[in-house]
Design a protein around this ligand. Sequence first.
Ligand code: CO
Length: 151
Amino acid sequence: MAVFQVVKVGENILRDKAMEIKKINSNIHKLLDNMAETMYAAKGVGLAAPQIGVSKRAVVLDAGDGLIELINPVIIEKSGKVVDREGCLSIPNVTGDVERAKRVVVEALDRNGVLKRYEAEDLLARIFQHEIDHLDGILFIDIAQKIYKDE
Ligand code: CO
């Protein structure tokens, strides 16, 4: 495993639509391991593969209840709306007020290729939505109602 430099806003890879993962092999396992290690080293709560320079549809997240790994995640249900402050490891010293669904249901493959379903609310739902946006080249600054910059 290795800690990677997190790709920062301005790099094209953050704006690309990431590729679906067709085959889950040792390279994908290594990718997930590197993503988790990089996320924890950066004290983040979520990380998408493009943020370590890999344009594939993989996400790791941990809202404090343990590591969740998502391959080819899809939001299949959304309900409610809530505005809250969020940030991104790729956009240092900036936060923003972003409206997200309050509750989401997400389906994704796990590292064994098993389709899993996750129901999430509030912070966890926000992280799912933020990270899945990364796979489509969307950053929170694109959709924030208000942006705050640290001096
Ligand atoms: Co982010």
